[in-house]
Write a protein that binds this ligand. Structure first.
Ligand code: ATR
Length: 278
């Protein structure tokens, strides 16, 4: 049996095994996808053990995405730019690191929310690992501009600087900003901060939302609820990150198995399942 898994800490509530099992079922693939809780100082040995068992690939979740990129023998351009990896592929003794988080986000905005990002004004809130994972693919979608707004502006500036050449190539204006005093309104506002996990509110003003804007939180479930409520209060179209989770998994599945699974169908099924469980 072809073996895959997700590794993280915590990993108990990961939806990835269910998503990949459903992809396999719908595309007629035979594989086993499990989940492994990894001790914080045990990532490298866990990878070695999985490879020794014949594992072909794994998804990596928090807090190991940076270690995964550093451990790899080969790294994709997008994972290098993100300095983080959410998927490893094991082949002929090599460890290939890639990152499908950003393309997952872009695909969910396109296919799920029905929005073409080209020519739009984007606001990306946050400049930590979550933002770094998606900024490159957002630029490749060729919006008119992306403003990266962060509490500590030096982190936003560093992220913008690292992506400046890519932005120039795609004719996207890329700006770093603080959380206050943002100019004008935005077509799409993406929350990539962990502020809700700390019990804090949405860290930017509702006046950043253009009428009918898409307000997207990269988290899902209770962690996204505050942002979703805020978006609705300001008449924006609210969307959580469950679709991003399914779309990043679909990209990984495509890379591993050579078949694109029906991600938005699986997303609808997962939402129905989660609302039954709630
Ligand atoms: P992740 O990997 O989830 O992105 P991270 O790298 O620790 O986690 O980044 C967390 C992000 O949320 C950062 O942009 C952080 O802002 P700072 O860089 O200024 O720390 C942001 N963040 C966390 N709590 C916040 C709050 N209460 N208000 C505003 N931004 C917050």
């Amino acid at each position: 049996m072809d073996l895959y898994c997700v590794m993280g800490n915590p990993v108990t509530h990961s939806k990835s095994p269910w998503i990949h099992a459903r992809f396999a079922e719908l595309t007629g693939q035979t594989l086993h996808y499990g989940k492994r809780h990894i001790e914080l100082d045990g990532f490298a040995p866990a990878i070695q053990a999985f490879v020794a068992e014949g594992g072909l690939g794994c998804n990596i979740t928090l807090p190991f995405k940076f270690q995964a990129a550093a451990l790899a023998t080969d790294i994709s351009d997008r994972a290098r730019l993100a300095q983080a990896s959410n998927m490893l592929t094991f082949k002929d003794g090599a460890i290939l690191a890639d990152n499908t988080d950003g393309v997952g986000l872009v695909n969910d905005i396109g296919r799920g929310a029905g929005i073409d990002l080209s020519g739009r004004r984007l606001l990306l809130i946050g400049a930590g690992g979550a933002s770094a994972g998606v900024l490159g693919p957002l630029i490749r979608a060729q919006p008119a501009s992306i403003t990266v707004a962060n509490r500590s502006i030096d982190k936003a500036s560093a992220l913008v600087e690292r992506h400046a050449a890519l932005a120039l190539l795609h004719k996207t204006e890329l700006l770093a900003h603080g959380l206050q005093g943002l100019d004008g309104t935005f077509d799409v506002v993406i929350n990539a901060t962990s502020s809700s996990l700390n019990g804090a509110g949405v860290p930017v003003s509702g006046s950043t939302l253009k009428a009918g804007a898409l307000a997207y939180d990269m988290m899902y479930g209770p962690a996204a609820q505050g942002f979703i409520n805020w978006a609705r209060e300001h008449s924006a179209v609210a969307r959580d990150g469950l679709g991003m989770l399914v779309e990043q998994a679909a990209e990984a599945f495509l890379i591993w198995r050579g078949v694109r699974p029906p991600a938005q169908q699986v997303l609808a099924e997962l939402r129905a399942l989660m609302s039954c469980q709630a």
